[in-house]
Structure formats: structure tokens, C-alpha cells
Write a protein that binds this ligand. Structure first.
Ligand code: ADP
Length: 486
């Protein structure tokens, strides 16, 4: 095992089913590596369909007991879980960086960000209100209660392996649901560590189950095909999200889908340039461009275009690429060789179609998963960088003249997750915010996400909202009780 992780008691290598840490059938294992070095960190259980069925059975068995606990009891357990995560945040961050690659400071930020959802939903658990509705007929009363939806399946990606899971498990448990989690095979350690701490916090056996495996379709088929699983919550790519929705149709499951994005960041001539540069740097390059709300297309008005590019390029020149475990590293590797190659293909496509490389534009000599932070000027909508999610440290810049043109460009995508605009004009803030088809709009701010806001997209970026007072609804059913004969 990797030396940094050897002393950690939070590194688990088995799945969690019905409160037991178990190997895969036939003891199959998969390798988890460090994307910065390619070094094998550890081998974990490689589970498939049979283990998934057992996990679903466990979650089904635990549901009556867990859903019958009081909101206060669930809240207390979630609070304890939150405290344990905060207490172990350094160790959890180390594990996250080792398997995912992001710099340690970002990893710590993710642990705290994810934990905040647990605290939030510990509080919200106590605020699941119903209604009494005046009846249309005499002698009746209509009462509406909210109940947990049942067994939930959560499928999560590798880019935020801790937070994406925390923000699904927390509302599920708060609502009274039990859950089967399938983290990404690239980054199972962060998920398993959360499972261990949940157990220590007093989450009963079977309430949280974790199935780790490399055959995602096999696990996905079991989760979506089971009549006991009443809801699938997924964060990942749009094609997989669409597939899961189709598979869920047969049993009419509820779905929450947090899918791909193609965020525009619109910089108007009247923007505060410092704010805009800072916002663009954070939203474009955080996690080396591997977040679903990363700015994908930088739309810059002609009057500020040259100054913006000059300042952005100066700032990007300060980045230090490297191993996330090194304190001087500002930007880590991409998750796989394939991811790095995919980014380069998009850059080469843009260059072939006339984009100008301001900086970067090639793989880095740091290793096969590293890509140079790149700025492409004079990008156009025909290029792949306009249509597709880049998921890498590449900033294509598109010039526009009018507000109408900016709105048209921003909306020219099937995605609709996050969008950002920088302007000092109040009327423009309202008009553009209302005219663009995205679930979240950041105005003069790109670090928009927290447990208190409804996170989610429109169009092919998904459905449902995570976090905020709206986030519990995704895990609750609304039931009418009509009292007659009064
Ligand atoms: P990414 O491109 O970011 O890896 P994916 O959508 O492929 O995004 O992966 C997100 C999550 O979905 C991962 O946990 C992955 O294993 C899982 N996944 C991929 N394909 C399937 C599938 N057919 N059924 C269920 N889960 C899947």
C-alpha cells in the first residue's frame, strides 16, 4: 500500500453491505492508483451484480426500522457523522488527493463542503412539514404528509468523490430513506471512508451500503431493475444519465440527475476586470477544469477582449502543475491518460479551425495525465470546445458585440447547469439572468455552490435539486390522507 495511506485507519478496501465489510465474490479486486504518479495505491473489492443484489436486500430490510426513527434521532446521528468527518478532515483530504489528484487544499475544501450537506440535512430532517387542506366537501378533512421514498440508489463520479456522495446520502438519511451507493471505480476510497465514519456515528446496519466495482453497467442494471429501489440519484455524464433514466422507466422510479454542463461565463465591457479574472480563474481551472460547473466557454465583449486575455494569461502563468500532495502545487493532473488525450484532441480541433494559442496548448512534460493550462483566443461556435464539455484546463475565448448575441451564444447548447456573468449594470444583470436557460446563474461570482443553495440543472443537464430547503423533496413522497364521515 502507498506509504502515505499505510497509517490511515480510514482506508477501507472492502464493500459495506448490511453493516459488514465484505470482499467481492471470488475475492475479485480492482486497482486504485494515484493519477499524479500512476502508482498503485491499494486494491479494493471489485463487486458486481450479485453483491449489489445483497446490498439492495440489506437496504430494503433496514428501511422499516430507519424510517420509523424520529427525525431527532436521525438528526443526531447525522450531526455525529458530520463531527467525525470534520475531526478527520486532514486524513480524508490525504486519501482524496491520493486517489483523485487535486491539490490538498482543494481536497480539504471538498471534505468540508461535503460535510456541510450532512450538517444542513441534520437540521432539515426536523423540518419535514405536511399540510391540512380545507376540504371541498363538508364532513371531511384533507391531510398531506411527507414520507421517505424508500430505498435509494446513488451513483457518483470521480471528480468530487467525497462531496457528491455526502450530498446524496445526507438528504436520503434525513428523510428516512436507506441507500445503496456505487462510487466511481477510480475513486472508491473517499466513499468507503465516509461509510466507515457513518458506521462509527451510529448509522445502523443496512442503512448505508457501498458497492464498489469496475463493471458499472452490471451494478447499474441491478440498481435500476430492482423493484425495491424507489429512486436513483446520479451525478455523472449526460449519456449515462439518459441510459439510467431509460432503465428506471420500467419500474417508474423517481430520478435525480446531475449531468454534464457547458457553462458560459459572460464578461461584459463594464465588468470589474479584477473580479472577472478572479472568477474566471476559479471557475475554469479549479480541479484542473474537471467540474461540471466549470466555465466551459468564455464569452468576452469586444471592448474588454484584449485586456481580459492579457490579464488572464498573466494569472495562468502563475500556476504550478504537480502532484497534489506537494504544498506548492496549484493544479493537479487529469484523472486518466484517456482524459488528457481527450482534452488535447479538443484543443487540436480548435487550433485546426483557427483558434490562436495564447498559452499552453499541449500535454505537459510532468507526466501523461498532465495538460498545460491553456488559453485559446478567437474561438468560434463551430469548434468542439464550444459544443462539448472540455473537462480540462482549457479556456476557449469567444468574442461578442451585443447583449443579444451573448444570450444567443450562451443558450446555444443542449446543456443548462451553471452560467456566470460579470457586469456592473443592474438592468443587464436581471435581463440576462432571466434570459439564459441555466439552473444556476452566478453574477460577479463563480464560487456559487454551498449546502444552502439548490444545485441542479435544466435541459440535458438534469433534473432535481441538491442542497437547500428544496433538496429534501427529492427523497420524499407526498401522501394524502382524506378523513371522511366527520
Ligand atoms: P465520467 O465520464 O465523469 O466518468 P460517467 O457518467 O461515465 O462519468 O460516470 C459517473 C458514474 O457513473 C461512475 O460511478 C460510473 O462508474 C457510473 N456509470 C458509468 N456507466 C454506467 C452504467 N451503464 N450504469 C451505471 N453506472 C454507470
Amino acid at each position: 500500500m502507498n506509504v502515505l495511506l499505510k497509517n490511515s485507519r480510514l482506508v477501507m478496501t472492502q464493500g459495506l453491505i448490511n453493516g459488514e465489510w465484505v470482499d467481492a465474490d471470488q475475492k475479485a479486486t480492482l486497482v486504485v492508483d494515484n493519477p499524479a504518479t500512476g502508482e498503485e495505491l491499494v486494491r479494493v473489492a471489485d463487486m458486481g451484480a450479485a453483491e449489489t443484489r445483497r446490498a439492495i436486500t440489506a437496504a430494503h430490510g433496514a428501511f422499516p426500522g430507519w424510517s420509523a426513527t424520529s427525525a431527532n434521532q436521525r438528526s443526531l446521528i447525522l450531526e455525529t457523522w458530520y463531527d467525525l468527518i470534520i475531526k478527520h478532515q486532514d486524513e480524508l483530504a490525504l486519501i482524496l488527493t491520493a486517489e483523485q489528484g487535486k491539490p490538498l487544499a482543494e481536497a480539504k475544501g471538498e471534505i468540508v463542503y461535503g460535510a456541510a450537506y450532512i450538517k444542513w440535512f441534520a437540521e432539515e430532517a426536523k423540518r419535514v412539514y405536511g399540510d391540512v387542506i380545507p376540504a371541498a366537501q363538508a364532513g371531511r378533512r384533507n391531510i398531506v404528509i411527507k414520507q421517505p421514498i424508500g430505498v435509494v440508489a446513488a451513483i457518483t463520479p470521480w471528480n468530487f468523490p467525497s462531496a457528491m456522495l455526502a450530498r446524496k446520502i445526507a438528504p436520503a438519511l434525513a428523510a428516512g430513506c436507506t441507500i445503496v451507493c456505487k462510487p466511481a471505480a477510480e475513486t472508491p476510497l473517499s466513499a468507503l471512508a465516509l461509510g466507515l465514519l457513518a458506521e462509527q456515528a451510529g448509522v445502523p446496519a443496512g442503512v448505508i451500503n457501498m458497492v464498489v466495482g469496475s463493471d458499472a453497467p452490471a451494478i447499474g442494471n441491478e440498481l435500476t431493475g430492482s423493484k425495491w429501489v424507489r429512486k436513483v440519484t446520479f451525478t455523472g455524464s449526460t449519456p449515462v444519465g439518459k441510459l439510467l433514466m431509460k432503465q428506471c422507466a420500467d419500474t417508474v422510479k423517481r430520478t435525480s440527475m446531475e449531468l454534464g454542463g457547458n457553462a458560459p461565463i459572460i464578461i461584459f465591457d463594464d465588468a470589474d476586470l479584477d473580479q472577472a479574472i478572479n472568477g474566471a480563474l476559479i471557475s475554469k481551472f479549479r480541479n484542473s477544469g474537471q467540474t461540471c460547473i466549470c466555465s466551459n466557454r468564455l464569452l468576452v465583449q469586444s471592448g474588454i477582449y484584449d485586456r481580459f486575455i492579457e490579464r488572464l494569461s498573466e494569472a495562468v502563468g502563475e500556476f504550478r502543475l504537480g502532484n497534489g500532495q506537494d504544498a506548492t502545487t496549484t493544479h493537479g493532473p487529469l484523472i486518466t491518460d484517456k482524459a488528457a488525450l481527450g482534452v488535447d484532441e479538443k484543443v487540436q480541433d480548435a487550433v485546426a479551425q483557427g483558434a490562436r494559442i495564447v498559452t499552453g496548448g499541449a500535454p505537459s512534460d510532468q507526466g501523461s495525465r498532465f495538460y498545460q493550462p491553456t488559453i485559446l483566443a478567437d474561438a468560434t461556435p463551430d469548434m468542439r470546445v464550444f459544443r462539448e464539455e472540455i473537462f480540462g484546463p482549457v479556456a476557449p475565448i469567444f468574442k461578442f458585440e451585443t447583449d443579444a448575441e451573448a444570450i444567443e451564444l450562451a443558450n446555444s447548447t443542449e446543456y443548462g447547469l451553471a452560467a456566470y456573468l460579470f457586469t456592473q449594470n443592474l438592468s443587464r444583470i436581471w435581463k440576462v439572468s432571466e434570459a439564459i436557460d441555466f439552473g444556476m446563474v452566478g453574477v460577479n461570482e463563480t464560487a456559487i455552490s454551498s449546502e444552502a443553495i439548490p444545485f441542479g440543472g435544466v435541459k440535458e443537464s438534469g433534473q432535481g435539486r441538491e442542497g437547500s430547503k428544496y433538496g429534501l423533496d427529492d427523497y420524499l413522497e407526498t401522501k394524502l390522507i382524506c378523513l371522511g364521515g366527520l
